[in-house]
Design a protein around this ligand. Structure first.
Ligand SMILES: Cc1cc2nc3c(=O)[nH]c(=O)nc-3n(C[C@H](O)[C@H](O)[C@H](O)COP(=O)(O)OP(=O)(O)OC[C@H]3O[C@@H](n4cnc5c(N)ncnc54)[C@H](O)[C@@H]3O)c2cc1C
Length: 367
């Protein structure tokens, strides 16, 4: 039987980013139940890096990740900006968003005319104002994943695909899977399957809720796409869209609670998205070219869950990254690796962040 210091369950961005660091100092295996890598959430994202997105814990994790992304800017990021738009009824919501975030992130408040000048596809009768975050960028998720994977390979990390866990045993302080491989430490990086995997190891669930998000792609008949418009997002996240490769990639920003599975888009969600986008823009189109959906997995407070399960010190959680798991992957991987390798996480800007993302808050163990 092959023994590893650490077995990571799940080869998504969470598993591979953590594996790329741990494998420098430990013998690591990643196991993946699918035949192909990046098949679930990681391969289905909208691929954006937005510093003003998410709760305070996410904003800090994104800030920490920024250094990693900016050190390799041309490899991973393409600056595009994001414009959070409001209609007449949402005017004050836009202003409140600006006032709440302007001290944390570089933002500008735009009038109707300034908004339309930057995104001339918008419907003038609909728009009132907007907030611009000019540093928001598209992430090349493929390049990012390959970067982590190459590091991992260089350090002799192993990936076993098509690996289904049928039997879990715990003997002599070692986890044994399928009588085939064993490890001192298990990392649960299984995305939407987080609680199902925990059950296999007889660990209490953290009650993740995978929520479906849909994306559809179309080519407007009436407007030429110049691929220079910022990402446009409704200030209340009821829809968003971006131009890319002469097409529009759009989402109704659905958040339908679901269960871990290989999800597919629902026609009703696409119809809702089309309706919202047609009201806000001048786009005319009569068919869509592509569509998919994926799971964004949350716990109740919408922050990630990391750290050792208290009752079983060698079972580590790295789950519940929600809709931010790509942009926060450098920070979450580094923080998790430091905990596993008994190193300090002294680069954290705000000390409360560790508590806010720790498994301990879920178990009510924070004093
Ligand atoms: C439509 C959409 C848009 C998004 N947009 C963005 C965005 O713009 N920016 C951003 O930062 N994030 C975005 N996200 C979120 C981001 O994609 C996720 O947070 C991230 O991919 C989660 O990574 P993961 O590795 O935890 O999960 P996954 O990529 O789902 O990986 C988990 C892996 O674990 C495997 N697994 C599960 N159970 C087992 C088992 N028993 N044994 C072995 N393997 C197992 C699964 O097969 C899977 O491959 C978006 C998500 C969606 C769906």
């Amino acid at each position: 039987m092959k023994h590893y210091d650490i077995i990571i369950i799940g080869s998504g961005i969470a598993g591979i980013s953590l594996g790329s660091i741990l494998s420098k100092e430990r013998k690591v295996a990643i196991i993946e139940k699918e035949k192909q890598l990046s098949y679930h959430s990681t391969g289905r994202s909208f691929a954006f890096f937005i510093e003003s997105y998410g709760n305070n814990a996410i904003i800090e994790l994104t800030k920490i990740s920024k250094k990693f992304f900016y050190d390799n800017f041309n490899l991973f990021l393409k600056k595009k900006g994001v414009m959070f738009i409001g209609n007449n009824k949402q005017k004050t919501i836009v202003e409140d968003f600006y006032n709440e975030h302007k001290h944390k992130v570089k933002l500008e408040l735009f009038s109707k005319n300034e908004t339309i000048k930057l995104a001339n596809c918008l419907n003038e009768d609909y728009i009132n104002n907007s907030v611009i975050d000019i540093n928001a960028s598209e992430i090349d998720v493929n390049n990012l994943y390959e970067y982590y994977r190459k590091q991992y390979n260089k350090n002799d990390g192993l990936i076993l695909t098509d690996f289904n866990i049928n039997l879990v045993e715990y003997k002599n302080n070692k986890w044994i899977l399928n009588n085939e491989i064993s490890s001192d430490i298990i990392v649960n990086a299984s995305g939407a399957w987080a609680d199902e995997v925990a059950k296999l190891f007889k660990i209490k669930p953290v009650n993740v809720v995978p929520k479906i998000r849909t994306v559809f792609v179309f080519k407007p008949q009436n407007i030429k796409i110049d691929n220079n418009c910022p990402l446009v997002a409704d200030i209340e996240e009821k829809f968003y869209f971006k131009d890319q490769n002469d097409q529009i990639y759009a989402s109704p920003a659905d958040e339908t609670p679901s269960y871990p599975h290989d999800c597919h888009p629902d026609d009703l969600d696409i119809a809702i998205g089309i309706d919202r986008i047609q009201k806000a823009t001048k786009f005319k189109f009569n068919h869509i070219d592509n569509k998919w959906s994926g799971l964004r997995t949350f716990v109740k407070d919408k922050s990630p869950v990391i750290g050792y399960e208290n009752s079983n010190k060698n079972f580590f959680w790295l789950v519940a990254q929600g809709g931010y798991g790509i942009q926060t992957s450098p920070a979450l991987a580094e923080i998790s690796a430091n905990i596993i390798l008994n190193k300090k996480n002294d680069f954290l800007i705000d000390n409360s962040t560790l508590n806010n993302i720790s498994i301990k808050r879920i178990r009510n163990e924070i004093l």
